[in-house]
Design a protein around this ligand. Structure first.
Ligand SMILES: [Zn+2]
Length: 97
């Protein structure tokens, strides 16, 4: 964890977060950690930590992120199906006795 970073207007150490927006994918920024938990409590402190994301990296990072999300979706789906099959076959086995 970064410990020598800036402080937000709440007086707390600002949190280093990674942006996943289309314009700034993978770019880190400091933000209020209270704001992230509860927007009504935290302040709107914001400061970039990294320089702007290189133009040629934006589609690469966003493409990888999209692929990762798709694969996680497939994984979740196949886990669900596997659990359903396991349930079906365990019931089937019980019915045979
Ligand atoms: Zn704050």
């Amino acid at each position: 964890m970064e410990s020598s970073g800036p402080f937000c207007r709440c007086g707390d150490a600002a949190e280093l977060v990674i942006s996943w927006s289309n314009n700034n994918p993978g770019r880190r920024f400091y933000g209020c950690k209270n704001y992230e938990k509860d927007k009504s409590i935290g302040c709107k402190y914001f400061a970039w930590f990294d320089p702007p994301t290189h133009e040629h990296l934006k589609p690469v990072i966003l493409g990888l992120l999209k692929k990762k999300n798709q694969l996680e979706g497939h994984l979740q789906e196949s886990r669900k199906q596997w659990n359903w099959r396991r349930l079906f076959f365990s019931d089937f086995r019980i019915n045979l006795h």
